[in-house]
Design a protein around this ligand. Structure first.
Ligand SMILES: [Fe+2]
Length: 292
């Protein structure tokens, strides 16, 4: 791998969505950075790619994929990896992320982020696949915890133990999705803080925030609501553990005007400033991150 240094702290960003293209290009909204869905721009040309070129001129960008299928037993789609590398050369992302899940097998893409059992065999399998991807993209991959709705009886460790060991063995970075931790903890009846405290402090380089739907007996990661209060509380706890980490809000349905997203992003900024200014973020690596 050619780039292994911790990526820079970017501040407060948004997921780039076509509904906001015009406002972003005509105004200069106060967004520190954008996360782009890699697959939307892995094309040879066209308007979305030319718009992305203009946004890259003004803002730092990170690439976020949904199709890597790192946990699958199917061989990698090497054309897909070529496409990632080509896009990365074009947009020069600060990092490249995808999800710790599988999305298909036997040539079928199920377009969903699916869970797997946390076994030692699965760990060995995914470690070797992360190494392969990191060699291909020339840098550490960043992996995100997904929201889950089932657990496997033959899991041999917790999700956070699995993630910590995966990061230790591969050197990958972690994208800590605060809402996904809340959703999984609620659905499976464990303490979200136990998950939080099991994640290594020095590997988390990005937070995701998003809204979910409360179905009373369970919650669903729908990305069609503002961030809920219980997730803001967990975000505050995450800041205390991890220090300043690049934060962004994901919204994928019922997308409001950009002004509403900016107001929500400012709420995140205010929470972070409150936590970090009072010195409640206790990690030594928070200072290193601020200096980056
Ligand atoms: Fe996420």
């Amino acid at each position: 791998m050619s780039e292994t240094a911790r990526p820079p702290y970017l501040g407060f960003g948004l997921g780039l969505r076509p509904q906001h293209y015009q406002e972003i290009l005509e105004g200069e909204p106060e967004v520190d950075w954008f996360e782009v869905i890699s697959e939307n721009y892995m094309v040879r040309g066209g308007q979305p790619l030319s718009i992305l070129d203009r946004i890259v001129e003004r803002y730092p960008v990170v690439m976020h994929g949904v199709s890597l299928s790192i946990a699958s037993t199917a061989p990698f789609d090497e054309d897909y990896l070529d496409g990632l590398v080509t896009l990365a050369k074009r947009v020069r992302p600060k990092w490249i992320s995808d999800h710790l899940c599988w999305t298909g097998v036997h040539g079928v893409n199920l377009h969903d982020l699916l869970p797997f059992p946390y076994t030692r065999d699965a760990l060995d399998h995914i470690v070797s696949r992360v190494h392969h991807v990191q060699e291909r993209i020339g840098r550490p991959l960043c992996l995100e915890n997904v929201s889950t709705y089932v657990q496997f009886g033959h899991s041999e460790m917790s999700e956070w133990e699995f993630i910590a060991e995966l990061a230790r063995r591969t050197g990958c970075w972690l994208l800590f999705d605060v809402n996904n931790v809340y959703v999984s903890a609620y659905n499976h009846g464990y303490d979200a803080l136990e998950f939080l405290n099991g994640i290594p402090q020095d590997r988390v380089i990005q937070f995701h925030l998003a809204g979910h739907s409360d179905m009373v007996n369970y919650v669903v990661d729908t990305h069609d609501h503002p961030v809920r209060d219980e997730v803001w509380d967990l975000y505050a706890a995450a800041l205390k553990r991890f220090g300043p980490v690049s934060t962004m809000i994901e919204r994928d349905d019922d997308i409001p005007p950009l002004a509403a997203m900016l107001a929500e992003l400012n709420h995140a900024r205010n929470i972070a400033e409150g936590i970090l200014a009072t010195g409640k973020a206790g990690s030594s690596r928070s200072q290193a991150s601020t200096a980056a």
